[in-house]
Design a protein around this ligand. Structure first.
Ligand SMILES: Cc1cc2nc3c(=O)[nH]c(=O)nc-3n(C[C@H](O)[C@H](O)[C@H](O)COP(=O)(O)OP(=O)(O)OC[C@H]3O[C@@H](n4cnc5c(N)ncnc54)[C@H](O)[C@@H]3O)c2cc1C
Length: 317
């Protein structure tokens, strides 16, 4: 089923969902299952699986460094199919502009369609680690809106280069990213919201937000989005702080603010066990308030580890 159909069917009840990351290649998928298993108790109607960009690795050979390009966490679509099969739950592969040609994207979408995957998250992706700014891959898309267009074309039965006369249409439900504290490259929140509106106008069916720790920012974002005519469901994405280093890491990577009360509580912790407890409690309070506000789904960034998400969901669902 589509994410939007799940939301409709819930009839105003807030759903539980979460995001996982594929294991590093060379690892067993069992550890991922071990983390998903406990969360199935809360009946997620869908699970998101991220896609990571390719990166450069340097291999020493005869005293020289040989640069190779590799994807450390491949297998997004395979994992989606495996989870769908094992747990009978819908899965949402994240599809990126960065690192893919339009043709590769088309093949990936065709695979998804054959596998019965009905939802995809259309994302631009970040710059590669050695790049200062995002650069489109040769033959790839520059912005997520173009990816939404390509997916919508498949929904109309229009494939690249018009080489076939398709008699069968895909029917993907498309999610896109939204940023309550604006995307790091956007000149202003209003300009970023306009870009979000472009993605919705191109055919995005729902929005999932970047993580935030102050619900007020989310509520204001939803309000502003509605004002400019964004009427699709907006799903809050949230994550519990888990280690002290998150105080620096999260603002640095995601360009988000942490509330002073949360910072003070984390700073008082003697070790990361205490930090996890603070993070869980903060996330429970956030979840309760979002639930009371009637959000369609509470979507948790699990980063592949489920124990803290389980503690939170136990209090909420
Ligand atoms: C819910 C969620 C899931 C994510 N999952 C992944 C994942 O699995 N893998 C991964 O690598 N990353 C993931 N990301 C991170 C995401 O790829 C980055 O935040 C990326 O930098 C932006 O992606 P986007 O789809 O929002 O890009 P876009 O919507 O293309 O926007 C990127 C920037 O360009 C601006 N912009 C958009 N259109 C135009 C235009 N036409 N002209 C000029 N400027 C424009 C926007 O304002 C914004 O600043 C995720 C983010 C979120 C919120």
């Amino acid at each position: 089923m589509k994410v939007t159909e799940h939301i409709k069917e819930a009839g105003g009840k807030t759903l539980f969902s979460f995001e996982i990351i594929p294991p590093k290649k060379g690892n067993n998928i069992q550890e991922l299952y071990n983390n998903i298993d406990p969360l199935m108790e809360f009946n997620p109607p869908f699970i998101d699986v991220t896609t990571s960009r390719e990166e450069y690795v340097y291999i020493e050979k005869n005293g020289l460094l040989d640069r190779k390009i590799t994807r450390m966490r491949p297998g997004t679509v395979g994992i989606c199919a495996a989870i769908k099969h094992k747990y009978d739950v819908d899965t949402v592969p994240h599809v990126l502009c960065g690192g893919f040609t339009k043709e590769e994207t088309e093949y990936l979408l065709v695979d998804c369609h054959y596998l019965g995957i009905e939802n995809v998250m259309a994302l631009r992706g970040d710059a590669m680690s050695h790049q200062k700014y995002f650069q489109a891959s040769k033959g790839g898309h520059t912005y997520a809106v173009e990816l939404v267009d390509q997916i919508q074309n498949l929904n109309r039965g229009k494939y690249l280069h018009d080489v076939i006369d398709a008699n069968h249409k895909a029917d993907f439900c498309i999610g896109v990213a939204g940023y309550p504290e604006k995307h790091l490259e956007a000149p202003s929140l209003q300009s970023d919201l306009k870009r979000l509106k472009e993605k919705v106008d191109a055919g995005a069916d729902y929005v999932v937000t970047q993580m935030f720790f102050d619900n007020q920012k989310f509520f204001e974002f939803v309000e502003e989005a509605k004002k400019i005519g964004i009427n699709v469901p907006i799903i809050p994405g949230i994550k519990p702080v888990a280690v002290k280093r998150h105080l620096q890491l999260l603002p640095q990577v995601f360009k988000i603010d942490l509330p002073q009360d949360l910072i003070s509580a984390v700073e008082k912790c003697k070790d990361n066990k205490q930090v996890r407890q603070v993070g869980v409690e903060w996330c429970i309070q956030q979840s309760k308030e979002l639930l009371a506000a009637g959000v369609p789904v509470l979507h948790y960034y699990s980063m592949g580890k489920s124990s803290n998400i389980h503690k939170i969901a136990k209090e909420i669902f």
